[in-house]
Ligand binder design. Structure first.
Ligand SMILES: Nc1ncnc2c1ncn2[C@@H]1O[C@H](COP(=O)(O)OP(=O)(O)OP(=O)(O)O)[C@@H](O)[C@H]1O
Ligand SMILES: [Mg+2]
Length: 359
């Protein structure tokens, strides 16, 4: 999502002190990661210089869209003040179940002419009116004869995206670039040494799936289901308050001591697992690639006890929760980042957004 109109993309991605900031606006929190590029043993590497998060009240951001912009702006101001972040140019992650990412092949012409032709090519592929979306093309590879560029067409609904940018700018931050949250997730946790891997971010309202081949995204889907659906179902089934259900969900998981809770959680997980299986099945049937080697999980919902086992049982693939900090060097004391008191748990989205520009 690099070429944007007027208001966006008017400032430098790299801040004056060399730092790059990734900003993830989720349903439960706003999270920022500050990275700097460097070298380690003569090879490029990125280092974390700051991580922080501020919780959002329920209803401020719903399924990737801002419902209460003033509350979002206030949380962002608080995030910058509390962590004494000095730089203000950010890369904003966009995640929304209505964002479409589809294969597209276009003539291999210069980027300026390609951008002009994109709306005409997109019309063939997407159902939404072209004036209601922001379009981008992410090139992946060139055909053998050099004439065609294969890549991904990205179409994000314009209005919610601009509303999000506006709320961020009200906090005196500058949106230097908008990028797909799913690309951030892939950069932060995708194992590029692996042939094919499914990376799954389980959020509160949304679940994002990226299947990649040596780090190149081949399938990107955002599902409108997440951990909060499990909590809501648990509250209804056991006739308890949502807050109580949230605590019980975290304590019990799918394999805890409360069989009623285990059953209710397993039941509400089923549609989400079915959608993940459908995406994996679609990928397998539409691409003639090597088999998927593993599923790597991130996001708050990945902490559900027993989930990795169920995921493995349901897909036949090894599944594991992955540390978003695995590919970055950490300038902060490790206890500061990982300690229970540190309320700035890193998000794969925020880290990966910054990694894209810092690397
Ligand atoms: N220990 C746990 N067990 C089960 N679920 C958990 C646990 N910890 C957090 N969650 C769930 O993770 C979800 C929040 O995840 P995350 O912080 O990644 O979401 P978000 O990025 O704010 O939301 P979204 O990406 O959907 O906008 C909530 O539904 C929460 O209940
Ligand atoms: Mg999220």
């Amino acid at each position: 999502m690099k070429h944007r109109q007027v208001r966006i993309n008017r400032v430098g991605i790299i801040n004056p002190d060399g730092h790059v900031i990734g900003l993830d606006i989720g349903a439960t929190a706003v999270r920022a990661s500050i990275l700097a590029a460097g070298t380690l043993d003569g090879r490029p590497s990125v280092t974390v210089h700051g991580i922080g998060q501020v919780e959002l009240a329920s209803g401020v951001v719903v399924k990737g869209e801002v419902r209460e912009p003033d509350a979002l702006t206030a949380a962002l101001r608080q995030l910058w003040t509390a962590h004494k972040f000095e730089c203000r140019n950010v890369i904003l992650g966009v995640a929304n179940p209505q964002v479409l990412v589809r294969d597209l092949s276009v003539p291999n012409i210069d980027p300026g002419r390609r951008a002009k032709a994109l709306p005409f090519q997109a019309k063939e592929v997407i159902a939404l009116p072209i004036e209601e979306v922001v379009l981008d093309f992410s090139p992946l590879e060139t055909s053998a004869d050099g004439e065609t560029l294969h890549g991904l067409l990205i179409a994000a609904p314009r209005k919610p995206l601009l509303a999000m940018v506006h709320a961020v700018e009200q906090a005196k931050l500058r949106v230097a670039r908008v990028d797909l949250a799913s690309f951030g997730i892939l950069r932060a946790i995708g194992g590029e040494q692996l042939t094919v891997e499914a990376v799954v971010d389980l959020g509160a309202h949304m679940t994002t799936i990226v299947i990649h081949d040596h780090g190149v995204p081949r399938l990107v889907r955002t599902l409108a289901r997440g951990g909060d659906d499990l909590t809501a179902n648990l509250a209804e089934r056991l006739n308890i308050e949502v807050l109580e259900a949230e605590t019980l969900k975290r304590q019990s998981g799918l394999d805890g001591a409360n069989p009623e809770a285990n059953r209710a959680l397993a039941e509400s997980l089923r549609p989400l697992l079915a959608e993940i299986r459908t995406s994996i099945g679609y990928f397998r049937s539409s691409r003639n690639t090597a088999p998927i080697e593993r599923i790597s999980l991130t996001g708050g919902g990945a902490n559900l006890s027993g989930l990795t086992q169920v995921m493995t049982d349901q897909t036949g693939l090894p599944a594991a929760v992955v540390d978003p900090l695995q590919h970055v060097r950490n300038r902060l004391a490790s206890k500061e980042v990982r300690g229970a008191q540190f309320e700035g748990a890193p998000s794969a989205v925020a880290l990966g957004l910054a990694m894209g520009a810092a690397a």
